[in-house]
Design a protein around this ligand. Sequence first.
Ligand code: XBP
Ligand code: MG
Length: 257
Amino acid sequence: MVNLEALIFDVDGTLADTERDGHLAAFNKAFAGAGLDWDWTVEVYGDLLTVTGGKERIKYFLQRYLPDFRPEGELDAFVAELHAAKTEYYKTLMADPGLPLRPGVERLLREAREAGVRLAIATTTTPANVTALLRNSLADDAEDWFEVIAAGDVVAAKKPAPDIFVWALEQLKLPPESCMAIEDSDNGVKSVIGSGIRSLLVTVNDYTRNQNFGDATMVVDHLGSKEQPCKVLAGPDLIGDQVDLGALRSIHQYAWK
Ligand code: XBP
Ligand code: MG
């Protein structure tokens, strides 16, 4: 019997569907603001999402789509400045019009808090983006709900490298078998498994539903709510219409049986 002590949540695509209407929109606003005629489409962004980290994604875009582009100064400085502008646009978008959390996310977070299950975040996104999403879409004090917010450049190697989940485990002072991760993408799954965590729930979204989640304990369309029952897409049928704490405990036991 392994105890479930902590839940470690990914952010983008998991807590909220932030990529298309948040990050993609913010990137394009930053490009326009910098006088660049780059305009990432939803489809191109789907390819660019294979690279995690906004700065790394801009560099991948240049290598793959604009290999002859040369900024005036140093490339790293150019990308850092463009990405900083993008983050400001993203923070504004999180406040206005804002983005709702995905089905069942707030319900499950509140249930876990009430039950004393520790909460953490492990994300590739910039810390300021996490703050903006939590304050605007969950609660003013929502950052305090999470004991650890492992985000962005706190580690050198981003997902699919395991570093961000390893860092979160170190900060929690917990072994992998005491934790469950909730992710949305194949990069996230690789990062979780590489960290030694084997209890892993994937909630897919439009950008990730066709990816390979081979090592996930269970894959669902979302965490479910009364209005929107969830559907099991892969793994043991251990849940009803909603993923609640009881279901997570069953999934956790199943993962470590
Ligand atoms: C998703 C990412 C991030 C965001 C963009 O993070 O890969 O890079 O797409 O945010 P996760 P930044 O799914 O791990 O939450 O521009 O701040 O990187
Ligand atoms: Mg994600």
